[in-house]
Write a protein of this length. Structure first.
Length: 615
């Protein structure tokens, strides 16, 4: 939530800040702002409500161009204070200190009271403005910027990634983080800060990932880092494998569309070097995985949103195939209860970003409750907070996902979870070679099967108008397809703002069937599996109550056609692992085309942000 970018450069920093903001816009798009120190060491600030594009136009329209070698910038997802120019970051205190902030300051009202007594004036309703004043306050008795920031953050309760500049120290940016991501980009033309490496990929591939509590002085040719105890530390410079082009939209209209169509390649990249011939390399989960998985007696999965839906599919697989008891819970609940965590538990967090605050906190809670658990993360982001806190890691290698609605991250998470199911089952002696070979072969077929399924885009597009004027929709599935129905409903509500619910089809008669009439389109997912006949009965129950239905089926499912029912055969002969992955594709396409019909903002739906790093 919220994107930060900043830099000290030999050249004018403004184009770097603008480019960075554009690339970080997925993190928040309520308002944006830039501040630079101009040649005469004075702040030059520009902010605007809405997308970065609005800020860019405002900059173009300005007569005296904003210019400087040092600056910070921010794209906002509002928490405290409505999206408005005066609430946009950067915030300034006494023309001396300016800050950009990602996170939430919980005790800002207490700090504000004291600062009002000290004569500070407030120009915004944000929690961030107190940080600028707190640093300025500290500068009264401190003769350098870094110790003022160190001092100020001691009084903050909550989470922050911060970029700070001062007109009194015009050669440096102070960067610090606690609970929100922040990294430093190193180059020969200058040094930069950002919430995400994709903001800086056109400038550098070399990054230092700040640890929790670190604070850094970023100069044009030098970076010095201190840990949370104030000791100078050396953090490794890592080379990013990402390419700048990966975050460009190319010939597609939307990132979501691009990411849906990238799935065959994303899955190839997820499988790459994780399987050899017919078997899964358990070491793909970490060098110690083979040894440690043997001792596992249960699995606890924690995640949010789409990642939670992937975990729900995995619960079926892990119990059914690997024969290990498996629980799953949303992170925002788990972190606030007092769960029982037994030894020999594999605590699995799933997160595209690796930065979701609830998931990260749930992981920290789990480690506090029982140090003997084995932690494993499945993320799409190397060096993320969740990755770094987990003992074992698996990177999905889906490439950057920019569209707020998760697509390729979901299907690659499912592939990772399928590999994990085999790895666990093998380690426990619960899967034999034939089963492993079958599943691995199924996984290898996925890129081809998805490519075929994507060819049905035109047919699915044709169905989208049916949803245009509807207020609600219902998604039905059984077994793993219930989880896929949940994911389909989440996609639809996220980007087309249609209320959508998903039900395990057998649960319909216990309540939701009362909702059904001709105004609620119903989508059913009908693979040719052991639950098909039961699902067919549920389809009849719905149909006889007059709703319009779309059934995505296996060629072999042979669902009986009825009036106002579209049957869309998707594929055939899918297995337990491949079916949920393939049936995800038509649901992604359907929600994408419905959003296009409705003219909503597909990549940046209202009220949402890609990476939810606040509670
Ligand atoms: O980065 P994460 O996977 O931890 O994010 C979790 C959710 O915020 C995320 O999946 C969200 O639900 C997506 N926008 C769904 O499309």
């Amino acid at each position: 939530m919220c994107g930060i970018v900043g830099g000290v450069s030999k050249k004018n920093i403004v184009p770097v800040l603008l480019d960075g903001l554009n690339r970080l816009e997925y993190r928040g798009y309520d308002s944006a702002g830039i501040i630079v120190l101009s040649e005469d060491k004075k702040f030059d600030l520009i902010r605007s409500v809405g997308k970065v594009e609005v800020l860019e136009n405002k900059l173009k329209a300005r007569k005296n161009k904003i210019k400087g070698n040092i600056g910070i910038a921010h794209t906002r997802w509002a928490t405290h204070g409505e999206p408005a120019s005066h609430n946009a970051h950067p915030h300034v205190s006494k023309n001396s200190v300016s800050v950009v902030h990602n996170g939430i300051i919980e005790n800002y009202l207490d700090l504000k009271e004291n600062q009002l007594d000290q004569g500070y004036k407030f120009l915004s309703e944000t929690d961030t403005e107190v940080i600028a004043h707190e640093i300025d306050l500290s500068m009264r008795s401190n003769n350098n910027l870094i110790s003022s920031v160190q001092n100020a953050v001691k009084s903050l309760k909550g989470s922050y990634g911060l970029g700070v500049i001062s007109s009194k120290y015009p050669d440096q940016i102070i960067a610090t983080r606690k609970g929100s991501p922040l990294l430093i980009g190193i180059s020969k033309n200058g040094n930069y800060i950002a919430s995400d490496q994709i903001a800086l990929l056109s400038l550098t591939k070399k990054f230092i990932f700040l640890e929790e509590g670190d604070i850094a002085i970023v100069l044009i040719d030098k970076v010095t880092i201190y840990d949370s105890n104030g000791n100078e530390v050396v953090r490794p410079i890592k080379s990013s494998k990402l390419k700048a082009g990966q975050v460009d939209i190319g010939s597609y209209k939307h990132f979501m569309q691009k990411e849906i169509f990238e799935q065959p390649q994303a899955i190839r990249d997820t499988l790459e070097s994780r399987i050899s011939f017919n078997s899964v390399n358990i070491s793909a989960f970490g060098d110690q995985a083979k040894k440690k998985f043997k001792d596992i007696f249960r699995v606890q999965i924690i995640a949010c949103g789409t990642s939670y839906n992937a975990g729900l599919v995995a619960k079926y697989w892990i119990e059914d195939i690997a024969k290990i008891p498996c629980n799953i819970e949303v992170a925002s609940e788990y972190r606030y209860r007092r769960p029982i965590l037994l030894d020999k538990t594999l605590f699995l967090t799933i997160s595209q970003s690796g930065e979701t605050a609830d998931t990260l906190e749930a992981l920290k809670t789990a480690i506090k409750i029982n140090k003997n658990i084995l932690t494993l993360s499945i993320t799409n982001t190397a060096e993320s907070s969740i990755t770094r806190l987990s003992e074992l890691n698996f990177l999905t290698n889906a490439g950057p996902e920019i569209g707020v609605a998760s697509t390729k991250a979901f299907t690659t998470q499912l592939v990772a979870l399928a590999l994990l199911t085999i790895a666990l089952g093998k380690s426990k002696g619960n899967i034999n070679e034939t089963q492993e070979k079958d599943i691995v072969n199924g996984l290898k077929r996925l890129p081809g099967l998805i490519t075929e399924t994507l060819q049905q885009a035109k047919q699915i597009k044709r169905l989208a108008f049916r949803f245009k004027n509807k207020n609600s929709a219902l998604f039905l599935g059984r077994g793993t397809m219930h989880a896929i129905a949940l994911e389909g409903a989440l996609k639809l509500k996220e980007i087309s703002y249609i209320h959508a619910e998903a039900y395990a089809a057998g649960e319909l008669k216990h309540g939701p069937i009362a909702l059904i009439d001709e105004n609620i389109p119903v989508v059913a997912i009908a693979p040719n599996d052991e639950l098909l006949e039961k699902l067919k009965s549920n389809i009849q129950e719905v149909k006889s109550r007059g709703s319009y239905m779309i059934v995505f089926e296996d060629f072999g499912s042979k669902v009986e056609s009825m009036p106002t029912m579209e049957i869309v055969p998707i594929t055939s002969n899918l297995g337990r692992i491949t079916a949920p992955i393939i049936f995800t594709i038509p649901l992604q396409l359907l929600s994408y085309f419905v959003a296009i019909e409705k003219g909503t903002n597909v990549d940046k739906p209202r009220n949402l942000a890609k990476s939810v790093t606040v509670e």
